[in-house]
Design a protein around this ligand. Structure first.
Ligand SMILES: Cc1cc2nc3c(=O)[nH]c(=O)nc-3n(C[C@H](O)[C@H](O)[C@H](O)COP(=O)(O)OP(=O)(O)OC[C@H]3O[C@@H](n4cnc5c(N)ncnc54)[C@H](O)[C@@H]3O)c2cc1C
Length: 486
């Protein structure tokens, strides 16, 4: 049963929402209500096999665990952008590549988020099963493991060999600061099971009497009174109603968090007014200047007879502004229904300069918004990606087992997105910042946004480990400050 009031209401049971709900309900004197639009599992054992299997991304067109959004990558490339819609969120359906942001990524964050400040939280969330030492955790709930070189798919091994022959250095631990090179992907998995924030953080505490998790419930508006968030309007199986809240945390992900703020009258006032939304609080940065990694797919075929079902990505090469990802499984095998028969070498721009924005649907702002990426609008991005594609072609030509490498022109290499959307409600103190350094919405009491929306920009690596670290650290910091019942 959904209570009429909770001390803290968290909107969105995704990667960050699960970690926040576990951290904040750790205090038995605080009631916490977690609202998730997708399916909520009542226990770890209720999680279906396709969500557990780290070799499969359960995100195809038929997936019941995702929501799709219209995306415009460039003026002439459209895309469907997938996000998790299930307890565990995008972290329940993702590639299980659990890599930390680099120390220099935190230069764009407030000083309280320097690499030195966040390292203890990176350590606290993980148990690294391969690498001992001070850089890694040994008692956190997320297991981090790598496929050793000798057990990699022959294609991954051959790619590592080709990279090293081309002069790139081997890197033993991609989660350690240090020079770029080629190394094994750190994955949040144990014995082939994807262990995301639901299984790691929330499932073990679901029986707490002060924690309610409600699935199939969508927050439609944050209710405001006198400059303060006082509740959440929801739509669920029992129809619409309002929940009162001592504090509201929006963790609906980088698409839906800014949309929910705007539907609540928090955002660029002129734009909200045009859409018929009463602008309660002018924050021009909501939904603006987001960043994500453009990813160009170079198709290839490898010698018949090699294993086809494997972890999708076992090794990557980092160099300057690029990540090269030799996906070993055909996307058709790893993403049911994707229809992509050949494996691809992904060429990712890790520090893109171009910025995009979320555009609400003028017909009805409650409909899925358009993600206008404006990829490659900065000429430096286009040039770097083209260099990456040339490097990919050279490395594929030198990779033993590759029998046909798609020339990008001939086989139609494709521009896509890595699905690492960040920065739609940026942290900071400039006029376009939406939240302060502790994720509190600027100028409003009782309201925070805690998810990848608040990253000042997309990290130069996948964002998942950084998202979990963020939620863990915010929960730990807010533990005493947020409302309690007694
Ligand atoms: C297919 C895919 C593969 C990826 N692979 C990787 C990878 O291998 N490595 C990596 O580092 N990153 C990867 N990412 C990115 C990473 O998983 C995400 O950045 C991260 O999980 C985002 O966490 P979040 O908490 O910000 O949002 P999410 O995990 O997306 O959570 C948002 C949650 O809020 C819920 N919600 C939304 N609106 C409402 C509402 N109004 N009311 C109630 N609930 C709502 C959603 O259903 C969802 O469960 C991938 C992403 C995708 C989609």
């Amino acid at each position: 049963m959904i209570p009429a009031h909770a001390d803290v209401v968290i909107v969105g049971g995704g990667s960050c929402g699960c970690v926040l709900a576990a951290g904040l309900s750790d205090d038995p004197d605080r009631t916490v209500l977690l609202l998730e639009e997708g399916t909520a599992f009542g226990s770890a054992s209720a999680v279906p096999r396709e969500i557990r299997d780290a070799a499969v991304l359960p995100v195809g067109p038929e997936s019941p665990w995702t929501a799709d959004f219209p995306g415009r990558l460039t003026s002439d490339v459209q895309a469907t952008v997938t996000r998790g819609r299930v307890l565990g969120g995008s972290g329940a359906v993702n590639g299980a590549y659990f890599v930390r942001a680099r120390p220099d990524d935190f230069a764009s964050w407030p000083a309280s988020w320097s690499y030195e400040e966040v390292l203890p939280s990176f350590r606290a969330v993980e148990t690294d099963t391969d690498v001992p030492g001070d850089l890694h955790g040994s008692s956190g709930p997320i297991p981090v493991a790598r496929v050793p070189r000798e057990r990699m798919h022959p294609l991954s091994r051959a790619f590592v060999d080709a990279s090293e022959s081309a002069g790139f250095a081997p890197v033993a631990d991609l989660n350690a600061p240090g020079p770029d090179g080629v190394g094994a992907v750190p994955s949040n998995m144990r014995d082939g099971t994807r262990v995301g924030p639901f299984l790691a953080y929330l499932a073990p505490v679901l029986d707490r009497p002060n924690l309610t998790v409600a699935g199939g419930v969508s927050a439609t508006r944050v209710v405001m009174a006198g400059g303060r968030a006082v509740g959440v309007e929801i739509a669920g199986p029992d129809g619409p109603r309002t929940i009162s809240a001592g504090y509201v945390i929006v963790a609906a992900g980088a698409v839906r968090s800014p949309q929910l703020l705007m539907l609540s009258g928090i955002g660029p006032a002129d734009e909200l007014g045009r859409l018929g939304i009463d602008p309660l609080h002018d924050l021009p940065g909501v939904g603006r200047d987001f960043s994500d990694h453009p990813e160009f797919a170079v198709p290839y075929r490898f010698r018949p007879g090699l294993p086809s079902h494997t972890l999708l990505l076992e090794t990557v090469l980092h160099t300057e502004n690029l990540e090269l990802r030799p996906y070993t499984a055909a996307f058709g095998a790893a993403i049911p229904g994707s229809g992509v028969a050949d494996p691809v070498l992904g060429v990712v721009l890790t520090r893109p300069r171009s910025r995009g924005r979320i555009v609400l649907d003028e017909r009805d702002p409650r409909r899925p918004p358009l993600l206008d990426y404006r990829y490659l609008t900065d000429p430096a991005d286009r040039q770097a990606l083209e260099e990456g594609v040339r490097l990919a072609a050279d490395l594929l030509a030198a990779t033993t087992g590759v029998v046909e490498a798609g020339s990008v022109d001939a086989r139609g290499g494709r521009l896509g997105t890595s699905l690492h959307l960040s920065g739609t409600c940026r942290m900071g103190d400039d006029e376009n910042a939406v939240v302060d350094e502790w994720c509190r919405v600027r100028g409003i009491e009782g309201l925070s946004v805690v998810d990848t929306s608040v990253f000042p920009q997309v990290p130069s690596r996948g964002p998942h480990a950084t998202a979990v670290m963020l939620a863990y650290r915010v929960a730990a910091t807010a533990r005493d400050a947020l409302p309690h019942t007694v």
